[in-house]
Design a protein around this ligand. Structure first.
Ligand SMILES: [Zn+2]
Length: 434
């Protein structure tokens, strides 16, 4: 059984978890109804009052909240407390138009720190570690979420935030960083830049633990990062609407991510109808917050694709249910001549091949009337000769064809030929929309 940050809550029996959830759900619904006009009219529209929530199953009768609802309520529309009681504001990385704001009371920040501590501790962070936080600080929830969790555990936190990769590497070397937090694709980018600086991350640095989130990353990418860094990797899940990172985290048993059920209720629904799917079926993750006071979230549609795993007890000793690692976002999936493709399916195949480098890109174009998917892959190391790159192309083509069910084009390119970014990697280039 694993060591835990908060053993009494992390290994609570299922019956007690159910009781806590119902009690907190009823309180959350009542407060939302009484204090937030948006929720009151949405519940009334369904003929519901807070007294109608008598069991966890009644959750399904509640309306859902989308990112658009949050955007339209900008800035303070969904607040359930006077603005004066809020001590922090974050905003989610909106792609267009208004950002979505999230506000926090002091109690919210304490709860967020608690769940971050559980995730970080699960991923190996301890007092004595040197913990480098590479996600952005500021309105984005990543940086400060990891920061306060790391400090509460008692690690030495280096708040580098995002970017300036050479400085990140120098600090890792000079301060003896033992654990990093960040975005998975950025971990590979750091390793590449280090190699250009003549530093082998495995040999010359002491980073042996990593916790990554904010983008979907496949099991094989996780193995690749582990190999390149000689690191134990964990996957953390969350979003600003639910405090930030920390909603759940993968334990060492390899069976998905534990979701902290004393703070959230997780449902999986069909993204097109919003109806619940069957047990262990894949769909959109919908989360209800149970402890948020400033901005309670009832049935928030995350657009993330996952499934609930068998609720059997995990070998780590934690009793909170597990979801599969997020496969992608409902909106990330693209369609090639009617066949649905998640970038993660392609990544899974690519990262199995050690000859494949750190970066890849999926380009979708029209070839006549048909859609054509081209998979651009960088060769690893110092590149490869024409013969080996052709044989790699053939091997990748055969395996991708069998996974995807159609014929993609595969091109192996020299190392470093795909444009880099220090934030989330740009994996899909859909030229059909232009
Ligand atoms: Zn576990």
């Amino acid at each position: 059984m694993d060591e835990m940050w908060n053993r009494s809550l992390e290994s609570l029996d299922r019956e007690s978890i159910g009781k806590i959830q119902l009690e907190r759900l009823r309180l959350t619904v009542r407060r939302s109804y009484e204090r937030v006009p948006f929720y009151r009219s949405a519940l009334k529209g369904r003929g519901l009052s807070p007294d109608d929530i008598r069991s966890i199953d009644d959750l399904r009768r509640l309306p859902m909240v989308s990112k658009d609802d949050l955007r339209e309520s900008y800035p303070f529309g969904l607040l359930a407390v006077p603005r004066e009681e809020c001590v922090r504001v974050h905003a989610s990385s909106g792609t267009t138009g208004k950002p979505t704001l999230v506000l926090y009371t002091r109690e919210d920040l304490q709860n967020w720190t608690e769940i971050m501590c559980r995730c970080l501790f699960m991923s190996g962070l301890r007092r004595g570690d040197v913990f480098q936080v590479t996600p952005g600080y500021g309105l984005f929830t990543g940086g400060l979420g990891f920061h306060y969790g790391g400090e509460a555990i008692g690690a030495t936190v280096i708040p580098t935030g995002t970017g300036n990769t050479e400085r990140q590497i120098n600090l890792m070397r000079d301060l003896g960083t033992t654990m990093i937090a960040g975005i998975a694709s950025y971990a590979l980018h750091i390793a590449e830049v280090a190699s250009e600086m003549g530093i082998d991350v495995k040999r010359d640095l002491q980073v042996r633990k990593g916790i990554f989130g904010a983008e979907a990353w496949s099991d094989s990418l996780m193995r690749k990062i582990s190999d390149v860094w000689g690191m134990d990797c964990h996957d953390i899940y969350g979003m600003s609407e639910m405090y930030g990172p920390g909603v759940g985290c993968s334990c060492s048993c390899g069976g998905g991510l534990h979701i902290w059920e004393d703070h959230f209720i997780v449902e999986i629904v069909d993204p097109s109808t919003g109806e619940p799917v069957g047990p262990e079926e894949e769909g959109e993750v919908v989360l209800t917050s149970l402890t948020k006071t400033a901005m309670p979230m009832l049935r928030f549609r995350t657009r993330d694709v996952s499934k609930i795993l068998d609720a059997g007890k995990c070998d780590c000793g934690r009793t909170h249910l597990r979801i599969a690692r997020v496969k992608g976002r409902c909106d990330d999936a693209f369609s090639i001549n009617g066949v649905k493709v998640f970038p993660g399916q392609v990544e899974y195949v690519l990262m199995k091949y050690p000859e494949v480098g750190m970066n890849y890109q999926l380009v979708i174009e029209k070839a006549g009337v048909l859609d054509q998917l081209t998979v651009l892959v960088e060769a690893g190391g110092n590149g490869m000769g024409i013969n080996s790159s052709q044989s790699l192309e053939r091997a990748l083509f055969r395996e991708l064809r069998s996974v995807l069910g159609f014929q993609p084009r595969v091109r192996v390119l020299p190392p470093m030929s795909i444009e880099r970014s220090e934030g989330k990697a740009k994996r899909v280039l859909d030229l059909r929309k232009k």
